[in-house]
Design a protein around this ligand. Sequence first.
Ligand SMILES: [Zn+2]
Length: 107
Amino acid sequence: MPRHDRDEIARRSGHASWRAAVEATADLPQQEAGRLLGVSHPTIRLWRAELGLAPGAARPSAVDRAAAFRADLQDPRHGSANGYRNLRCRCERCTAAWTTYQRDRRG
Ligand SMILES: [Zn+2]
């Protein structure tokens, strides 16, 4: 569905844009959100997926989990190459572990 049609649908249901409409109804069951916005519930599912609001989106994303890890200096993963590279932590311990890891790899 072209973007302007989505926005038209959203305006008919009193929202500024389809993004605003999807976000405003994100907590409702798909059927109910569909009824409010005047679209089918598979459409709601599609729209939510496009905005990253798919079912299970309440679960923290990898990005959020990495941020939580970085904020918790007691986490045992600090001081690991994984912490530096995959979780993008730049604390002293992770940075040192990454330096060591790189040095060891080069031999
Ligand atoms: Zn760290």
